[in-house]
Every structure is written in structure tokens, then in C-alpha cells.
Design a protein. Structure first.
Length: 176
């Protein structure tokens, strides 16, 4: 009976240690390694803040932006994504921010955006929520071959001539 008790205690302690290590690795070690790797590649960004990252700062900036009245200009970005704009001003063209323990790279150069969008085999999307997959399907969620196939299907709809015709009809129908 005593042996069984010791084995049970050993198994429980082992399980607790394994999960403690996984949480420690997920919330502290991996984010610091990813931040170091991003900085070695020449990207700049805010330092990692334990568990929440830049989420607290983001919510504070959103509340601050919404408390101010909206001006008459077309510039709504400071109201919608103030953290992104602050990071771009502070750290340059392609900064990274922390959403929890995960870094997000903000790509602002059109050439890099095009490269990421066209090389769908090299740049994979993060795993999405199963509920999102159930409710929303389309080119945004597709990967690799399925994405390429659907992109070819919808690409002709965005030719300049078709967009001009579409804008003409929308203008015509709005007049009446």
C-alpha cells in the first residue's frame, strides 16, 4: 500500500512539473527567444511583457483614442489602431508587437506585403479557431493549393476594366 502511495505521489509530482515547465516555456522562455531572433534579423519592437505583451497598452490607447472627438479628416487610423501607429513611429517601418506571448510583425512595405501574399507555401497562417473555420470560409482562411486555386478563380473580378464598369453602375443606380 505504501509503495502504491509513493508511485501515485511520484506520478502526480511528475505531471505537475511537466505542466509547470510547459507553462513556463510558453509564457517566458519561448517569447524571449522569439524576440531575440526577431531583433537579430533587424526588426525592432517593444520588449516582451510577461503574459499580456502589449495588450494592456493597446487597450489604454484605444480608450484614450475613443475619448477624444473624431475630427473631420479622413484619417481614422489613430482611432482604430493607435498602438500600430505608435510602434511604427517609435520603431520604424517594420516593427513587431506582442499580443500575449506571440509576436506580431507589422509589415508596411508594399514589396514585402506582396512577397508574403504570393509565397503562400513559405509563409503559413497561424492556426485558426475551429469556430472561425465553421462560420467563415474563403480565400482568407485557405492554405497552399486551395488558396492558389481560389485566388485564380476570383482574380479576374479585380481587373481594372471590370472595376470601372462596376463603379459606373453603382454611380448610376445611386443617382435614382
Amino acid at each position: 500500500m505504501e509503495f502504491l502511495y509513493k508511485v501515485l505521489v511520484f506520478v502526480c509530482v511528475t505531471i505537475v512539473l511537466v505542466y509547470t515547465w510547459k507553462i513556463f516555456n510558453w509564457g517566458l522562455i519561448k517569447p524571449y527567444q522569439m524576440g531575440k531572433c526577431l531583433r537579430e534579423q533587424g526588426l525592432k519592437g517593444s520588449p516582451y511583457k510577461l503574459l499580456f505583451g502589449d495588450l494592456k497598452e493597446f487597450s489604454t490607447l484605444i480608450k484614450e483614442a475613443k475619448s477624444k472627438p473624431l475630427g473631420l479628416t479622413d484619417d481614422i487610423l489613430p482611432r482604430i489602431v493607435p498602438l500600430f501607429l505608435d510602434m511604427i513611429k517609435e520603431h520604424g517601418k517594420n516593427p513587431f508587437i506582442w499580443l500575449g506571448p506571440r509576436p506580431i510583425v507589422l509589415i508596411t512595405e508594399p514589396e514585402l506585403v506582396k512577397e508574403v501574399m504570393l509565397k503562400n507555401y513559405q509563409f503559413h497562417k497561424p492556426p485558426s479557431n475551429p469556430l472561425t473555420k465553421l462560420l467563415a470560409q474563403g480565400v482568407v482562411l485557405y492554405e497552399e493549393d486551395k488558396w492558389a486555386k481560389h485566388r485564380k478563380i476570383i482574380n479576374p473580378a479585380f481587373h481594372v476594366e471590370k472595376l470601372k464598369v462596376c463603379s459606373y453602375f453603382s454611380y448610376y443606380y445611386l443617382q435614382f
